[in-house]
Design a protein around this ligand. Structure first.
Ligand SMILES: Cc1cc2nc3c(=O)[nH]c(=O)nc-3n(C[C@H](O)[C@H](O)[C@H](O)COP(=O)(O)OP(=O)(O)OC[C@H]3O[C@@H](n4cnc5c(N)ncnc54)[C@H](O)[C@@H]3O)c2cc1C
Length: 414
């Protein structure tokens, strides 16, 4: 009997975690991990946090792991399409691979501005190890740096550039950097943190074009304002790499639509990680979640499901970001209409924030508050009602509060 063949397209954290979970859950068929990049699968988060790209590129598993677990790596191979008639995965080179089931973990690519001059040298995006090499080589030659878009990755790069001594401007089209994911009060604190470190923050400005002869020299905004720039990072979000699924006829709506186990509506296609649009049990609405921890857990759950052990990732979404030696951690997903409660005595260097929906904590975030965030996570998990006054009070012992609520929930269900 020929062995069942699982082909995983995209060898980043979701794909690699899926492969590992397949083996851990007893799948003894063939596993091939395919990736367009040639590097041993690596973690992306350090790419925007560490100035030295050699130190920033950290393998997910050491080289030997794949052979030890009988996982074939096909690196430097881009998948173009699925051949339904022949049950094969067709590569850009024209070669193909037999496949019984395909898992698409192709992640996302940086969104482009689509303005004149975007192709000039030193106008970068930041998603891959190569991107990080180019960004930091360009910063080594000196500033000024203009970061277009006040999202997490752009702000991390801004913080690193400041430690390298570059003059940095962050340009945000909306109200404030991070306004979308964190809301105004927390976004204001994070913006002040950057301003205190010498970053110029310009809001309500959109880029019209970049000017320069070969390399970028100026950023021109729609209102006519101009800024000098030796390096530009365009950090305006990502788009899902769902082309292979779309062409195969699987339903895609801002990502590949999957059920709780990562199955698409195509008969031999699964999907996980940043590219997949899922109804996360901890969130309740469909969408893509672009967090490393979620991609890892989702990949592992879908890998286990494909190995015959149906598994759903129920962990509350978690992400972190590191800026100026401080770590912002967040559990849960906030919506713009949620009520934000800041703990009293919040400063740009240290704060704790809760997002309340009715009287339940749906998310918690803290800067340099790792212990409190961990303790408050139980509040998100329990879904028990808590008053805003108690949360805002810095003397509240969050661990004791979480324990008390959990006990109350237990005794009321008994
Ligand atoms: C610079 C940076 C910093 C980040 N920092 C944080 C952080 O601090 N905290 C956090 O929670 N999250 C962070 N993230 C987000 C996190 O890294 C992503 O959520 C995670 O990498 C998603 O993993 P993935 O496996 O789904 O997809 P990806 O990591 O996007 O990988 C997809 C892979 O698929 C390959 N691929 C795509 N199309 C094809 C094809 N047709 N054929 C073959 N291969 C293909 C790509 O080459 C790529 O290797 C960061 C991301 C970046 C870019």
């Amino acid at each position: 009997m020929p062995k069942i063949h699982h082909v995983i397209v995209g060898a980043s954290i979701a794909g690699v975690s899926a492969a590992a979970a397949m083996r851990e859950n007893g799948f003894d068929g063939t596993i091939t991990l395919v990736d367009a990049q040639r590097l041993l699968p690596y973690e992306r988060p350090a790419l925007s946090k560490v100035a030295d790209p050699e130190k920033a590129v950290r393998p997910i598993f050491p080289d030997g792991y794949y052979a030890e677990h009988d996982i074939d790596l096909a690196l430097g191979a881009r998948v173009r399409r699925l051949d339904d008639d022949r049950h094969r995965v067709v590569l850009d080179s024209g070669a193909d691979l037999p496949a019984d089931r395909v898992l698409l973990t192709t992640g996302a690519s940086c969104r482009r501005l689509g303005v004149p001059g975007e192709g000039l040298a030193n106008v970068h995006t930041l998603r891959t190890a190569d991107d990080a090499r180019h960004v930091f080589a360009s910063l080594e030659r000196g500033g000024p740096l203009v970061v277009v878009g006040g999202g997490f990755i752009g702000l991390e790069a801004a913080a690193v550039a400041r430690t390298m001594g570059a003059e940095v401007t962050v340009v945000e089209a909306g109200e404030l950097p991070l306004h979308g994911p964190l809301g105004p009060s927390v976004a204001r604190l994070m913006t002040r943190l950057h301003q205190e470190h010498g970053v110029r923050v310009v809001t309500h400005q959109s880029v019209r074009r970049f000017l320069g002869s070969q390399a970028v020299q100026e950023v021109v905004f729609t209102g006519g304002r101009r800024l000098p720039a030796a390096t530009v990072i365009v950090g305006i979000g990502v788009v899902a790499n769902d082309q292979v699924a779309r062409e195969a006829g699987a339903t895609c709506r801002d990502g590949v639509v999957v059920d709780g186990h990562g199955r698409t509506d195509h008969p031999w296609l699964w999907s996980a990680g940043d590219v997949a649009s899922q109804i996360h049990p901890g969130v309740g609405t469909r969408g893509r979640i672009e967090h490393w921890d979620v991609a890892m857990r989702h990949g592992a759950a879908v890998g286990a499901s494909m190995a015959g052990r149906p598994t759903v990732n129920t962990a509350v979404p978690y992400f972190w970001t590191d800026q100026y030696g401080k770590s912002l951690q967040m559990f849960g997903r906030a919506r713009p209409q949620d009520r934000v409660v800041l703990r009293e005595q919040a400063t740009p260097e240290r704060f704790l924030a809760f997002w309340l929906r009715e009287d339940r904590v749906v998310a918690v975030a803290g800067l340099d508050e790792a212990k409190a965030v961990r303790a408050a996570r139980a509040l998100v998990d329990s879904g028990a009602p808590v008053s805003a006054e108690v949360l805002a009070d810095p003397s509240t012992d969050l661990r004791a509060l979480s324990r008390g609520l959990a006990q109350r929930a237990l005794s009321s269900s008994a």
